[in-house]
Each structure stands twice: as structure tokens, then as C-alpha cells.
Design a protein around this ligand. Structure first.
Ligand code: NAD
Length: 555
């Protein structure tokens, strides 16, 4: 991958590898960091101010500029502009300052950016495929400037984070997520392709917004929608046969169906369902190291039975089966409470994805009632309902358990079922807590707790890298189970002593490399790999990871 973007020695004004064309190419541009020799050889003299700056100085300048901005949306815009100008510098800043940059490049700022996408629109990034492009999708994919696409993140914009239908404004999500694939797993930027399938929007405000950038009609549905998605998958297979397709932020009713339909037909996965599952199961494994409990003895109560909850449920069943339980025994450990009450067999209103988890029990409503009836060892919030873990809920969990496991996974922070501080205070410092959005460390009765953030970014970049390296044909649940195990093993005793069930974010590239190796190994073991197995897999993966340092074009 090292020679991506290396210019030829051709000369002449129209030469795309010389002069101003180089400065306008974000893959090759180094701005003021071009050396004297490069300026001479590439015809850049005079097109740049005379000072030659190091990448470190450029990074400092970017940080100073970001710190001067008034709000995070402006910082997001400044970082997007940098990505459009000089990708290597953008990724240097992201990788070296991950904890500060991640909330700007992805959640929560990306949510605001998507809502304002029309107003802050500068240059298009990614590929917009609309319902009007039916019959021409392969042609559109061919317009993408990079031929060796290895990973695509695609959304139809219908359920962007917790913000609902943002139509074509949802493009911020695939763009941001792919930046994390590169930043956190070193997948080369030219191998990444963000795509929005614009099938219209049912968001009335957007339909009336003069700045809206998408199709100005309501969503197409049914056969027309399915045909468009089918053509998209076929066109990717034809144009980028080695590409992984990650489904992102589809509405729940489509997400499960698309995953089911395409998982054995393409190399595809849904991060909202499967990535979330792996990060949550990893968190449960780590939490059990603190509580000294065993998975076999666990009882799990979920508040919310959507993409996240049901996805976690399926992987948890796999984890319990791995402990020797039968599938039905395992399912009896996983209880779901949705907006209508406990998910039980007698209910006639259950969406298809909930049916496998409907258990035998009398109908029951209310979270406290469910805790009293089921006495769960772990409570997992994936409802998107802010404050739904009130004091009574946390106290009840603490009455039934010496060390209650309480995960409030709903995003963003404003939607969290409870805060870290509430979980520790209401449980008398006994809760093992993790959240979806970051919370600051909490001091309680002289002890310091560092809540873990169950961020999918621990999982999907490594899974993607492993799939790419092995050129896997399909993505299996076994791979996500393995990813969860690897992540859990990366949590140290020091992390656990602070109550932290995930490693610090600063270690994410190491974690990704370890997950990638395990995922790739499974692809080879199961006969799913199309690439040749290297002698030293770990070394091959590390060598493949993109480092955001400048290429020397001229010695
Ligand atoms: P979804 O819309 O598919 O599911 C939400 C579920 O919550 C539905 O089953 C709904 O019936 C239920 N619900 C709504 N109101 C309820 C109430 N008052 N009581 C009980 N249940 C209620 O959404 P999703 O994709 O499953 O996401 C759910 C939440 O999980 C979101 O806030 C999302 O941000 C979060 N999430 C976190 C992570 C993470 O932490 N890594 C990953 C993915 C999603």
C-alpha cells in the first residue's frame, strides 16, 4: 500500500503528478511540508510559501486552529476541510489525538453535522446513489476515482443515530465511520468508499428545506426499494469484487431483513446489530471478572428490543452456548422489555426480530416489576429512553446483587438511561457500569471510578481489517464472537481496578490489529478466505496498516 499516490517523473503542464494538481489532490498534498527537493522536482516552487514546515508543526497549527473555534460543529467543518485538502495530515491529527478528535469526527458532533448538512455543505464526499439512478448504479460506482475499494459503508439515511430520518443528510455517517476505519485500523483512505442510497425522505422539514441536497420526495418502499438495494449489491460485486459492505443506520424494519437476505450472498454486516453486540458481550465478559460471576449463572434483562438489544441477545446466546448450554437454555437467560412490556409468547404484537426471544411468562410491565420478577444479574439499556434507569431501578438491582452489572448504552449522552454518577451513587458504589456515550470519571466516597464506554469503534475497524486481509466471502457470527473475546482479553487488571470494562481508547489500534488477526484466522479456518494465508499473520496485518506519515516523493 506504500506507493499509493506516488507521482511519476512525467513533466508538462497537464501532468496530474506535477504542479498545482498535486496541491489539489488530498491524497498526495503535503502543503507546506513539501521539501525543497520535492518543490523543485514537482514544479511547486512559487505555488507554496518559502518556509518548509514539519508535519509536527502542521499538527500544532491544526490543533491551535481547532481550539480557537467557538463550537464543535465549526471544529467538525475545519476537520472536514483538512480531510479534503491533506488526508495524511488529517489522519495524523486523528490518530495522535484520538480521544479529543473522535467526538468531533463521529458521535456526538457528526449527528449535529448531519442535521446541518445542507447548511455546512462545501464539497461532496462519498457517492450519492439515488432512486433515479436505477439501472445505472455500476456506472456511478465507476465514477469513483479509486479503483481498489475494499470497504464501503452504506446508509439510506432513515435512522441516523437517534435522530431519525435525515435522508441524504445522513452521508455524514458513512464518511465519519470510514474515517474511523482508517484512523483506528489503518485501512488506507483510498480503499474506503462512503455511500448514501438516497431513496427519498419522510422528514417533512427536510422536504421543505431549500438547502436540502437529496431527492425531494417521500421514501420509495416495497419492491422498488428492494430492487434498488439488490442492484446496488450486484453493482458492487461487479465493480469492486473485493469490497466489504457495512450496512449502517438503516431503520430497524429494514436492517434485520437486509442483513438476513445478504449475509450469505455478499461480504456484509450491520454494525448497529453485530458490532454493538460484540462490544456489549465483551463488556459483559469484563464485568464478570469484576463481579467474579460466571456467564452460565447470568440472567440478562434488556430495556429495549431493537437492533442493538436483539443483536446483543443473539451474540449472548452464542456466548452461553459456548459455555455448554443449549440454545433454548441460553435464550431463557435473556429477557427483553420493550415499550409494551415484557417480550412474552402470549403477545401478538411482536415484530419478527423479537419473536425468537419471546419467553414463557405472564404479561408484565414496568422495569422495577421485571427486576423483581426475574432478578437479573445484568441490566442492559438499549431503549434510547433518557433517565429510564431511575433511582428505584438501580437500588433494586443493588438489592438483588452484590455487584449489579448496569450498562446504559443509549446514545447520545442526553438519551442515556442513567449517568455514571447516578449508577455509582444509587448502588452505593457497587455497580459495574458502562455506557454508550462517554462519561467523566466519578469520585464516590473516596473512590475513583472510570466508566467504560461501550463504543463500537473497538470492534468494527478490526473486523473490517480482518475481512479485507483475508478477503473473506462472508461475515459470520463466529467472527463477532471472536472479536468480543479479543476485546475482553485486552482489558487489564488495572482497567478493572478502576471499574473500567473496556481498554482506554488510546489502545484502539492495537486492539483492532488483534481482532483483525482473529477474524482473518476464522475466515481461513472456515474456508471463507479468498486471499492466500500469510506465514506470519500478525506481522502482515501490522505491515498493512496505514500510518499517516508523508511519502517522500523525491530523495
Ligand atoms: P431501535 O429503535 O431499533 O430499538 C429501540 C427499542 O427500545 C425498541 O425495541 C423499542 O420498543 C424500545 N423502547 C422504546 N421506548 C421504550 C420504553 N419506554 N421502554 C422500554 N423499551 C422502549 O434502536 P437501536 O438501534 O436498538 O438503538 C437503541 C439505543 O442503543 C440507541 O439509543 C442507540 O444509540 C444505542 N446504541 C448504543 C450502542 C453502543 O453503545 N455501542 C450501539 C448501538 C446503539
Amino acid at each position: 500500500m506504500t506507493d499509493v499516490g506516488r507521482p511519476s517523473k512525467r513533466a508538462g503542464k497537464a501532468d496530474p503528478h506535477r504542479g498545482v494538481k498535486v496541491l489539489h489532490d488530498p491524497v498526495r498534498n503535503k502543503g507546506t511540508a513539501f521539501t525543497e527537493a520535492e518543490r523543485e522536482a514537482l514544479g511547486l516552487r512559487g505555488l507554496l510559501p518559502p518556509a518548509v514546515l514539519t508535519q509536527d508543526v502542521q499538527v500544532d497549527r491544526v490543533l491551535q486552529d481547532l481550539h480557537r473555534k467557538n463550537n464543535d460543529l465549526e471544529r467538525y467543518m475545519a476537520l472536514s476541510a483538512l480531510q479534503d485538502r491533506n488526508e495524511v495530515l488529517f489522519y495524523r491529527v486523528l490518530v495522535d489525538h484520538l480521544e479529543e478528535m473522535m467526538p468531533l469526527v463521529y458521535t456526538p458532533t457528526v449527528g449535529e453535522a448531519c442535521q446541518e448538512y445542507g447548511a455546512i455543505f462545501r464539497r461532496p464526499r462519498g457517492l450519492f446513489i439515488s432512486a433515479e439512478d436505477r439501472g445505472r448504479i455500476a456506472e456511478l460506482l465507476g465514477h469513483w476515482p479509486h479503483a481498489d475499494v475494499r470497504i464501503i459503508v452504506v446508509t439510506d439515511g432513515e435512522r441516523i443515530l437517534g435522530l431519525g430520518d435525515l435522508g441524504a443528510y445522513g452521508m455524514g455517517i458513512p464518511v465519519g465511520k470510514l474515517s474511523l476505519y482508517t484512523g483506528c485500523a489503518g485501512i488506507h483512505p483510498t480503499h474506503c468508499l462512503p455511500i448514501t442510497l438516497d431513496v427519498g425522505t419522510n422528514n417533512e422539514a427536510l422536504l421543505g428545506d431549500p438547502l436540502y441536497i437529496g431527492l425531494r420526495h417521500r421514501r420509495i418502499t416495497g419492491q422498488a426499494y428492494e430492487d434498488l438495494v439488490q442492484e446496488f449489491f450486484d453493482a458492487v460485486e461487479q465493480t469492486f469484487p473485493r469490497a466489504v459492505i457495512q450496512l449502517e443506520d438503516f431503520a430497524t424494519r429494514n436492517a434485520f431483513g437486509l442483513l438476513e437476505h445478504y449475509r450469505d450472498r455478499a461480504c456484509t454486516f450491520d454494525d448497529d446489530i453485530q458490532g454493538t453486540a460484540a462490544v456489549a458481550v465483551a463488556g459483559i465478559y469484563s464485568a464478570l471478572r469484576i463481579t467474579k460471576g460466571s456467564l452460565r449463572d447470568g440472567r440478562f434483562l434488556f430495556l429495549g428490543a431493537g437492533e442493538a438489544g436483539i443483536g446483543i441477545g443473539h451474540l449472548l446466546v452464542a456466548a452461553l452456548e459456548n459455555e455448554g448450554m443449549s440454545e433454548s437454555e441460553a435464550k431463557e437467560r435473556c429477557w427483553f422489555l420493550d415499550s409494551k412490556g415484557l417480550v412474552v409468547r402470549s403477545r401478538t404484537d411482536l415484530a419478527p426480530h423479537k419473536v425468537p426471544f419471546a419467553l414463557d411468562h405472564a404479561p408484565l410491565t414496568g422495569l422495577v416489576n421485571a427486576i423483581d420478577a426475574l432478578e437479573p444479574t445484568a441490566l442492559i439499556g438499549v431503549s434510547g429512553v433518557a433517565g429510564s434507569f431511575g433511582q428505584d431501578v438501580v437500588e433494586r438491582m443493588a438489592e438483588h446483587n452484590e455487584r449489579p452489572i448496569i450498562f446504559a448504552l443509549s446514545n447520545p449522552t442526553s438519551q442515556s438511561e442513567c449517568t455514571a454518577e447516578q449508577a455509582y451513587r444509587w448502588s452505593g458504589g457497587r455497580a459495574v457500569f458502562a455506557s454508550g456515550s462517554p462519561f467523566d470519571p466519578v469520585e464516590f466516597e473516596g473512590r475513583r471510578f472510570v466508566p467504560g464506554q461501550g463504543n463500537n469503534v473497538y470492534i468494527f475497524p478490526g473486523v473490517g481489517l480482518g475481512l479485507i486481509e483475508s478477503q473473506a466471502r462472508h461475515v459470520t457470527d463466529e467472527m463477532f464472537f471472536a472479536a468480543a473475546r479479543v476485546l475482553a482479553n485486552e482489558v487489564t487488571e488495572d482497567d478493572l481496578a478502576l471499574g473500567r470494562v473496556f481498554p482506554p481508547l488510546t489502545r484502539v489500534r492495537e486492539v483492532s490489529a488483534a481482532i483483525a488477526a482473529e477474524v482473518a484466522r476464522i475466515a481461513w479456518r472456515r474456508g471463507l478466505a479468498r486471499a492466500e494465508e500469510p506465514d506470519d499473520l500478525e506481522a502482515t496485518i501490522l505491515a498493512a496498516m496505514f500510518e499517516p506519515t508523508y511519502t517522500r516523493y523525491v530523495d
